[in-house]
Design a protein around this ligand. Structure first.
Ligand code: ADP
Length: 356
């Protein structure tokens, strides 16, 4: 698009005005009063310059006024018009700002579309996740009502299964509630110095029974005897719990998970490496999305809510860090993230006072 140059228009108008006033002066000179040659040229010249100045200022004021109305209506930009700005600069700035505004609007529209698609997908996934346990509870209750409850063994089994499905549903809702609270930042981070090794050991202890059932081994390796970090201990506990239980769920019988903690500069780099089923690279970019499951049937980890990794990612990012994943099908999966190393070299109280 060609740039508008209103000053050229004004100049052309003034030249036209100059020619007309020259013809008019000539007419006066020939018909009524005889004028000297100087006056004959000077009068149209002065009226031309006069016309240019008047046109220029009137049009500039008009453009300034109209543009300030446009700026007010789009409300996005501060109106930065300066008094000394030429009319060409004024129009050029207006064109530039409107272009920028249009780009911003388009970006906002794209973002809204993305959010709408995300909401639709999220609701679809949530419905799907809840449908499975609800349908199975309904199935067990119907079977019991249809006479199954007369047999004490069937009654016991079906009630146990229905209870498992309710457990699964409440697990999904609890995770969803936690994720929403995290996203809305309703639970502020409680950053304190604590020993990461101790936390990992606690996680292993809490999953000992599940690991034993699968003959799954859990190992810790660390560069230091204590690994003090500045982080929210409870939230980090959730991170290790989710990642470790995933490693067990998606691991092989007799499989293993090694958590290694290595100090790099002012951080501790944490790596969780398993030798499980692995994940096809095509799934990795979407792995941390809510309800994203690698397996199509969604049945591989019946107990899982599909929100575990979304929660993990959120917690790590709220600590100002990133989590990475690499995986090879049949070989295993590795999750890596870092945490800020604490200056403390021993345990500290909730007020930051050293305990030893
Ligand atoms: P889920 O409740 O299904 O475990 P997550 O968000 O914790 O939900 O995990 C998302 C998906 O990522 C899982 O369904 C699984 O397919 C895959 N996944 C997570 N961790 C591992 C792992 N250590 N090994 C293989 N696959 C994994």
């Amino acid at each position: 698009m060609r740039k508008a140059r209103p000053s050229i228009l004004i100049l052309s108008g003034s030249i036209l005005f100059y020619i007309l006033s020259f013809l008019f002066t000539l007419f006066i000179h020939l018909q009524f009063v005889t004028l000297s040659n100087t006056l004959l040229f000077l009068i149209p010249l002065i009226s031309g310059i006069f016309a240019y100045t008047i046109f220029y200022f009137i049009i500039k004021r008009f453009v300034q006024f109209r543009m300030s109305l446009i700026y007010r209506s789009i409300q996005t930009f501060e109106n930065e018009q300066r008094k000394d700005q030429s009319i060409d600069d004024l129009v050029a700035q207006g064109e530039h700002d409107v272009k920028e505004w249009k780009q911003k609007r388009n970006q906002e529209i794209d973002k809204l579309k993305e959010q709408a698609a995300f909401r639709k997908e999220f609701l679809g996934n949530l419905a799907h996740e809840l449908k499975t346990p609800v349908f199975s509870i309904q199935g067990y209750i119907d079977s019991l009502l249809d006479g199954g409850m007369d047999d004490p063994a069937i009654l016991q089994t079906f009630l146990e299964r229905a209870s498992k499905s309710t457990e699964r549903m409440s697990h999904i809702l609890e995770d969803l509630d936690q994720l929403t609270k995290l996203e809305l930042e309703r639970i502020p981070l409680d950053i304190r110095s604590f020993d990461l090794l101790e936390l990992v050991k606690e996680t292993f202890e809490s999953l000992e029974l599940i690991a034993k059932e699968k003959k799954f081994s859990l190992f810790i390796q660390s560069s230091d005897p204590y690994c003090y970090v500045n982080a929210d201990r409870n939230k980090l506990a959730q991170v290790f719990l989710n990642l470790t239980s995933n490693a067990i769920s998606y691991g092989k019988e007799n499989g293993k998970l090694t958590i290694s903690i290595v100090q790099i500069d002012d951080t501790y780099n944490i790596q969780l490496k398993d030798n499980g089923l692995g994940i096809d690279p095509q799934h990795l970019p979407r792995l941390f999305e809510r309800f994203y499951r690698v397996e199509k049937s969604r049945n591989r980890n019946e107990g899982g809510s599909g929100l575990g990794l979304a929660i993990v990612k959120h917690i790590i990012e709220s600590h100002g860090q990133q989590i990475q994943v690499s995986s090879t099908v049949g070989i295993g999966t590795t999750f890596t993230f870092s945490l800020e190393k604490s200056k403390a070299t021993g345990p500290v109280s909730s007020r930051g006072i050293p305990l030893k």
